[in-house]
Design a protein around this ligand. Structure first.
Ligand SMILES: [Zn+2]
Length: 273
């Protein structure tokens, strides 16, 4: 699933291509992917200019000159790719926005869980309003306080807390595993037993790894590509994620792959306590 670094990379790659573009055609190929229903969705977008693209957690937020916003969430396997000139329709395309300049933006989603929601600023969708802090735009003290406070209320493993979008917005399975490895904390540790010094290590790892992953334009292990259809490079820098059955790069012992917080989890039982 695209996580913060991938969604941020898509945002940065699309911004120069679509900022200022005027939508003159809307094709919905999967009605359940859009809100409101296709007729109203199309009417709300046609003729509108895209003035900016923001990101919140794993959501892309397209600002329109009407004041409305389009929130796109790629979920498991969605991609959002710009095409120049006459569009070619890929398999699993759920939505196409065509622009007056002859170019187009394609939402392709083999798993069909992705969503595109058009909404007025006063009535954002529930998924957006429930989001927690942005890990890269929040002061350390505030983020630490929220993590510790959330941990005190929770009996589950620390990994589950890092994945909880209502606490931190944007971390998913890849970066939760990488962060916990870098911090030397086992993903199975009960969140409430993590000490302040360890939260500090987790905080520093979150900021360092997310920034590095953004710099390398995300992780392309499966289907992720940016807005130009280009792969990222951070898969070459992963320490544990996706290295099932391999050995730890730090200590040489076999890595463990197990289900933690409901997700397939990679970690080193020797380096992570
Ligand atoms: Zn190790």
């Amino acid at each position: 699933m695209p996580e913060l670094p991938e969604v941020e990379t898509i945002r940065r790659s699309l911004l120069p291509l679509v900022q200022g573009a005027v939508i003159d055609g809307v094709q919905v190929y999967l009605a359940k992917a859009v809100k409101p229903a296709p007729d109203e969705f199309e009417a709300g977008l046609a003729g509108r200019q895209i003035t900016a693209i923001e990101r919140r957690g794993k959501y892309l937020l397209f600002q329109l000159d009407s004041g409305q916003r389009l929130a796109i969430h790629l979920r498991m396997a969605g991609s959002l790719v710009w095409q120049s000139g006459t569009p070619s329709l890929a398999k699993h395309t759920t939505l196409v926005l065509s622009f007056q300049d002859g170019n187009s933006l394609h939402f392709v989603d083999p798993r069909k869980f992705g969503t595109a929601v058009l909404f007025p600023p006063a009535a954002p969708p529930a998924g957006l309003t429930a989001l927690g802090l942005e890990p890269l735009n929040t002061a350390k003290e505030e983020l630490m306080a929220v993590l510790e406070e959330a941990a005190a209320r929770r009996s589950g493993p620390v990994k589950g807390l890092l994945l909880d979008q209502r606490v931190l917005a944007g971390l998913g399975n890849i970066y939760a595993d990488e962060v916990l490895f870098a911090a030397g904390i086992s993903p199975t540790r009960p969140a409430r037993e993590v000490t302040r010094a360890e939260w500090e290590k987790i905080y520093e790892s979150i900021v360092r790894i997310l920034n590095k992953a953004v710099a390398y334009r995300g992780t392309s292990q499966r289907d992720y590509v940016d807005g130009r259809g280009e792969a990222g490079e951070f898969q070459h820098h992963l320490k544990v994620y996706g290295r099932k059955k391999e050995t730890c790069l730090e200590c040489g012992e076999p890595l463990v792959y197990a289900r933690v917080a409901g997700r397939g989890t990679h970690y080193c039982p020797t380096c992570q306590k």
